[in-house]
Design a protein around this ligand. Structure first.
Ligand SMILES: Cc1cc2nc3c(=O)[nH]c(=O)nc-3n(C[C@H](O)[C@H](O)[C@H](O)COP(=O)(O)OP(=O)(O)OC[C@H]3O[C@@H](n4cnc5c(N)ncnc54)[C@H](O)[C@@H]3O)c2cc1C
Length: 449
């Protein structure tokens, strides 16, 4: 029952997904002829045109057009791109966005599931980003019991490569200088009103404000009084498979200590196949092999699955543990631990947090004095907390409490709720059934009250 809570939260507040596109992009680079097979001639010509006019610059020896920028954004993930999108629409100054890769030309290690409401609130969604719509979620208890939950808003499996390349194209067209294959090595302290960024190839630039949207493990801000690394980094492992039957508008979540200790396994439909993965709690790292867990899960449930590609990634599940902004430096997205700690979803969260970082960056440019900068940092954090952060803190406590709930409670909960007609399966109904019968579950949920 508790897993029902977190998966419902996961499913319909902002999560999920997968990515065929990434593999296709890799194929484009390695086997150019496949491009014609995968895309129309028109798209091909357009991509070639974009690269030929250096809209995206990808030199190995980086040449920047300026020595000093108003804003430098590190990372072309959802957070950095949405920060860039806000800034490019509201500011005419100099903005540079850098990324160590061209993210959409590589497989993106993400299941790509998002809740409709959270996603649409965070970004102007294009139809072409949606692989499929999701309307229900099946929750599988460790003992095999199953509950199906349908939601009136539903969610999507998106195509991140498509979303990110579109956003990048838009911000470049709006005047942001975009340089790819360019890894930031370090960001200096804030001195004389600027920070100095150094790059792996030895080059450097200065910025009045740096937005760190580099994901969970880059470590920018180390040595400053700022949260610079996630405390609860969980491993996730997933495969893209073909050869199994899945309903195209339904996702599946599996709970159980043997399946995914401290986490869960997922099956998300994706085009003609599925994306099957496992995330485990940090405390179980070293106690089990996540790849074996996933292989066993597939052997037990999807014998016919043919694995197309494997992915591994790390999910920063901790809520922030200190300030995430200081003079001339604003952290956003995974770099600011904005992931929902129970569902482990972070796409919509990163988009939203990126937009807020864009707002804060523009305010910081006009700040003038230290006091004003401090208040901008505080306002940025409060804005996030009001929108998502405060809830994430509660969910983080629930997550820790759930670790002590045994599998048998999930089995009993699933058995009780599975007899409830689908249309009557509401959150209040779930609470009503849980109360008194499963005190450990209810106790774990107390943080949500
Ligand atoms: C296996 C897995 C499955 C997931 N599934 C889902 C899901 O289904 N739904 C969901 O909502 N969330 C999911 N997530 C979480 C989601 O992927 C992240 O929350 C989201 O990508 C965060 O976006 P971001 O922009 O903050 O960071 P990222 O997407 O990580 O982008 C950071 C960018 O910064 C660049 N970069 C890093 N270091 C440097 C450097 N030194 N210099 C220059 N550039 C740099 C990187 O190349 C990257 O492009 C999943 C995560 C994992 C690991």
């Amino acid at each position: 029952m508790a897993y029902l809570f977190f998966t419902i939260d996961m499913v319909f507040e902002a999560k999920w997904g997968t990515s065929v596109w990434g593999y296709e992009c890799t194929a484009i680079v390695k086997h150019y002829s496949l491009l014609i097979t995968h895309y129309s001639l028109l798209q091909h010509t357009y991509l070639y045109y974009l690269h030929s006019i250096y809209l995206f610059r990808t030199e190995t020896t980086v040449r920047f057009s300026k020595e000093l920028y108003d804003i430098v954004i590190i990372g072309a993930g959802p957070a950095g791109l949405n920060a860039g999108s806000y800034i490019s629409r509201n500011f005419n100054g100099s903005v540079l966005l850098v990324d160590k890769t061209i993210p959409w030309e590589h497989p993106i290690a993400c299941a790509e599931g998002v809740g409709r409401l959270g996603f649409e609130y965070s970004v102007e969604v294009k139809k072409s980003w949606i692989r499929q719509e999701i309307w229900s979620a099946c929750f599988h208890a460790p003992g095999g019991g199953m509950i199906t939950y349908r939601d009136k808003n539903g969610g999507f499996i998106i195509n991140r490569a498509s979303m990110q390349s579109d956003l990048a194209e838009q911000i470049c067209a709006d005047g942001v200088e975009c340089v790819f294959n360019c890894r930031v090595k370090g960001v200096s302290l804030f001195e004389t009103g600027v920070r100095r960024l150094t790059f792996e190839d030895g080059s450097s630039v200065s910025a009045r404000v740096v937005i760190d949207a580099s994901g969970p493990v880059c470590g920018i801000g180390k040595g400053e009084k700022i949260a610079w690394k996630p405390l609860d980094l969980e491993p996730a492992y997933f495969v893209w498979v073909e050869g199994i039957e899945t309903s195209p508008d339904q996702i599946h979540i599996y709970a159980g200590q043997k399946i995914a200790p401290g986490g869960y396994a997922w099956v998300f439909p994706r085009d003609n196949g599925a994306n099957i993965g496992v995330v485990i709690g940090k405390r179980y790292v070293g106690q089990c092999n996540i790849r074996h867990l996933l292989d066993n899960f597939i052997d037990n449930n999807f014998k016919s699955a043919k694995i197309v590609q494997r992915f591994a990634g790390a999910i920063p599940c901790s809520t922030k543990h200190g300030p995430v902004a200081s003079a001339g430096l604003i952290k956003t997205g995974d770099a600011a631990s904005t992931i929902n700690p129970i569902s482990r979803a972070g796409i919509s969260e990163a988009l939203l947090s990126g937009r807020l970082a864009g707002v804060a960056a523009l305010e910081m440019l006009g700040a003038g004095c230290e006091k004003r900068i401090k208040s901008i940092c505080k306002n940025y954090e409060s804005a996030w907390n009001q929108k998502r952060g405060n809830r994430h803190i509660k969910l983080s406590k629930v997550k820790n409490s759930l670790l002590s709930v045994p599998d048998e409670d999930y089995n009993k909960g699933a058995a009780l709720l599975s007899s409830t007609p689908l249309e009557e399966l509401t959150m209040s109904r779930i609470f009503a059934v849980s109360l008194g019968r499963f005190p450990r579950l209810v106790w774990a949920m107390r943080h949500l009250m």
